[in-house]
Design a protein around this ligand. Structure first.
Ligand code: AMP
Ligand code: GLY
Length: 423
């Protein structure tokens, strides 16, 4: 099978890597660290299956455009992608489908928003309605900060048009969990659960990012927890989408909190998580290309199979992320890290070093010199027989990676490893 992956980050590198076990893969636009990258747009690439990685082209209707041209596409149309494109729309759909989620209000006017805020408890959650690269969520106990955020979001100052409508939510507490389900319009099947680390700082402090690391499996989420997420969240959501005439074929990614009062959906994404894909996909035993092609064709049959191994991924970010990242620094150590047992390096915000070609050809075995070109630069994934081994391998890989200002969280999966080794 020839598969076209759309996107340019670490998630797309992981997709291409795992699809490449059985298929020819081309990635558009990709990046100079992803073999098979090409600048040709998806609409000009001939493939048997198109897998759209990021939310922006999904919300923009790329899946619809490709389907209209008779292509087999894994990824929802613009209608289904609204689950991620508008948090207010998503929350209304969850209410209609009776999916447990945080109480909320949606506002475009500061006075009404501030009045609602004044009725909230002592944990304030402010979200942009529209897309903000994972950064549009503020969770704070400081009322003045929450009020300032509401004003800055609604005025467009903080996130442009994405913030001109805000969703204010009841603050919840508890461990978080990501469950990614593959959907074919009617049925859904879960992939292995993962946990993501959203905050920039160790011990979960500082601003939200797109994700600084992830691990899978998740000790707090056994088969029963995943079953509950499917029964109470994913399947009712898919049924409600269908009731509205939306044929949802793609990943439905439920971001959940396991609160003392039960599971709650915090958000839906309409794509694989980044960096969750970098741990969930390499662990898959089934053939990914077959799985996604069946879902795209509306005929999911086989449950995705996993072994009992584990994976941990750690993001190497640029200084300044998630604000304005410093870029253009030469990255060292990718080959040495990849040579460590059980380690795979996925490239995200990278560019070719000046004088090293135009970045459009597959680098193949002799990797070109790469420089930093974004906030999240690389993911180093370690795999092993258990989380402790996978984690040790990921960090062994990291010791080789360097550039000025390289930033890494060193506590990814630490707590989970503790809980595993204590039985
Ligand atoms: P989201 O993009 O909606 O998943 O939010 C990003 C992060 O903000 C989540 O992973 C949580 O850590 C946190 N968060 C979101 N909604 C809530 C909430 N209602 N209560 C507490 N924390 C939340
Ligand atoms: N890692 C969170 C996301 O992909 O949205």
């Amino acid at each position: 099978m020839r598969v076209c992956v759309v996107g340019s980050g670490g998630r797309e590198h992981a997709l291409a890597h795992v699809l490449g076990r059985s298929s020819d893969v081309v990635v558009t636009p990709g990046n100079p660290g992803i073999p098979g990258s090409t600048p040709a747009p998806a609409t000009e690439i001939d493939a048997d299956l198109y897998v759209i990685g990021p939310e922006v082209p999904l919300v923009g209707g790329l899946a619809d455009e490709l389907r209209a041209a008779g292509r087999l596409v894994f990824g929802p149309g613009a209608d289904g992608a609204l689950l991620e494109g508008s948090k207010a729309w998503m929350k209304a759909l969850l209410l209609a489908a009776e999916v447990p989620t945080a109480g909320h209000g949606a506002f475009t006017e500061p006075d009404a928003a501030l009045r609602f805020l004044s009725t909230m408890g002592d944990l304030f959650v402010i979200k942009t309605d529209g897309l903000a690269a994972g950064k549009g969520v503020l969770v704070t106990q400081d009322r003045a900060e929450a009020e300032d955020a509401v004003r800055a979001y609604l005025s467009g100052e903080a996130f442009g048009d994405a913030g001109r409508r805000v969703v204010i939510e009841e603050g919840l507490t508890g461990p978080e969990l990501s469950v990614l389900a593959v959907c074919d319009g009617r049925q859904a099947m879960p992939l292995a659960p993962a946990q993501d680390f959203k905050r920039i700082g160790e011990a979960d402090v500082g601003p939200n990012t797109g994700g600084m690391g992830a691990y899978s499996p998740v000790p707090v989420a056994g088969v029963e927890a995943v079953g509950e997420v499917m029964d109470r969240a994913v399947l009712p959501t898919l049924a409600e989408l269908r009731r509205r005439g939306i044929d949802y074929r793609g990943v439905l990614y439920a971001g959940l909190m396991l609160t003392p009062r039960g599971m709650r959906v915090l958000e839906y994404n309409v794509r694989f998580g980044d960096p969750e894909a970098q741990v969930v996909l390499p662990r898959l035993r089934s053939d990914l290309a077959d799985l996604l092609a069946c879902a795209a064709a509306g005929s999911l049959e086989e449950t995705p199979e996993y072994g009992d191994d584990a994976a941990v991924t750690v993001v190497c970010a640029s200084e300044g992320y998630p604000g304005s990242p410093r870029t253009g620094d030469l990255i060292e150590g990718i080959e040495a890290a990849s040579a460590e047992e059980g380690v795979t390096v996925f490239c995200a915000g990278v560019a070719l070093a000046p004088g090293d070609g135009d970045g459009v050809e597959s680098p193949g075995q002799n990797s070109p010199d790469l420089v930093t070109a974004g906030g999240r630069v690389l993911n180093v994934t370690g795999q092993g027989s258990d989380l402790a081994t996978a984690r040790a391998r990921a960090y062994a890989g990291i010791t080789h990676i360097d550039w000025p200002g390289r930033y890494v969280r060193f506590d990814i999966a630490a707590e989970a490893v503790g809980s595993v080794s204590m039985g």
